[in-house]
Ligand binder design. Structure first.
Ligand SMILES: Nc1ncnc2c1ncn2[C@@H]1O[C@H](COP(=O)(O)OP(=O)(O)OP(=O)(O)O)[C@@H](O)[C@H]1O
Length: 256
């Protein structure tokens, strides 16, 4: 049973359709990345999956009792407001000190509980948001461009943390990202949106798809090269036999 599954999902804002006919599923433990140009419907899809946006058509099914940890793009916090990390993590609901320490540890921030939120670096701040998502003991972590504002090493380090969390907790990870060459290497599957699902599959398959190349042009070359490099060094030969490799019943061709 899928953690989350959509059928013919169509989304609209104020009567304007922004995403059409999406068949999508994510299973236990999978890492799936959503890419696509600005305005292609990535955030809208995430919001529909967590139940914050009502579909204009089609269905969204979530596994019964599914626990979702959501990491937003960013969060505005008044810099003049005295607020420690521990107190922030206790909003809106309280957690024990041990749970908070464990979540911070998993997010890569041991010993940070008593620091002021306003004093954190961008990378530390995003990890606090990750710790907050982990307090929900999620079956699935959903991240919406969680590395926006981080530099390249900062983003890479954040994604390594996400992979470590996935290994530890076995949760699925669904993320929207613009850091293509970083996430391509780390994803089981990539979904490329452009008002509809323009292509979907293993990172390598998507990177070589004409629909993807048309959208991302030369960026594609770098993504593919790095993916192959990482692949040859860090994964076994079985990776290509993953059961989510292009499934003909679930395939998405260009619909333009
Ligand atoms: N609350 C809203 N009200 C009206 N239109 C919206 C709303 N949210 C999004 N849209 C529109 O829906 C379309 C898809 O937006 P969405 O944020 O899902 O795209 P995105 O792929 O996440 O974009 P980005 O990469 O810029 O974050 C855009 O044209 C956007 O202007």
């Amino acid at each position: 049973m899928a953690l989350i599954e959509t059928r013919g999902l169509t989304l609209a804002h104020g009567g304007q359709i922004v995403l059409r006919g999406v068949d999508f599923r994510i299973d236990k433990g999978e890492i799936v990345t959503i890419v696509g140009p600005n305005g292609s419907g990535k955030s809208s899809l995430l919001r529909a999956l967590i139940g914050a946006l009502v579909p204009a058509g089609g269905t969204v099914a979530r596994a019964r009792g599914l626990r979702i940890g959501y990491v937003p793009q960013s969060l505005a916090i008044d810099a003049t407001l005295p607020l420690t990390v521990a107190r922030f993590l206790n909003l809106p609901s309280r957690h024990g000190a041990a749970d908070i320490a464990a979540a911070l540890d998993k997010a890569g921030l041991p010993d940070l509980a008593e620091q002021q939120m306003a004093g954190l670096s961008g990378g530390q701040f995003q990890r606090v948001l990750l710790a907050r998502a982990l307090l929900a003991r999620p079956d699935i972590l959903i991240l919406d461009e969680a590395t926006q504002g981080l530099d390249q090493p900062g983003a890479a380090s954040f994604y390594r943390q996400i992979e470590a969390v996935r290994r530890d907790l076995g949760c699925a990870v669904l993320m929207v990202s613009h850091d293509l060459h970083v996430v391509m290497a780390a994803s089981d599957r990539v979904l490329c949106l452009n008002g509809h699902v323009c292509c979907e599959g293993t990172p390598e398959l998507v990177a070589s798809a004409p629909e993807y190349r048309a959208l991302f042009g030369t960026g594609t070359q770098g993504a593919l090269a790095l993916y192959r490099h990482e692949h040859s060094h860090s994964h076994g030969p079985d990776r290509h036999h993953h059961h989510h490799d292009h499934d003909p019943d679930h395939g998405h061709e260009a619909q333009n």
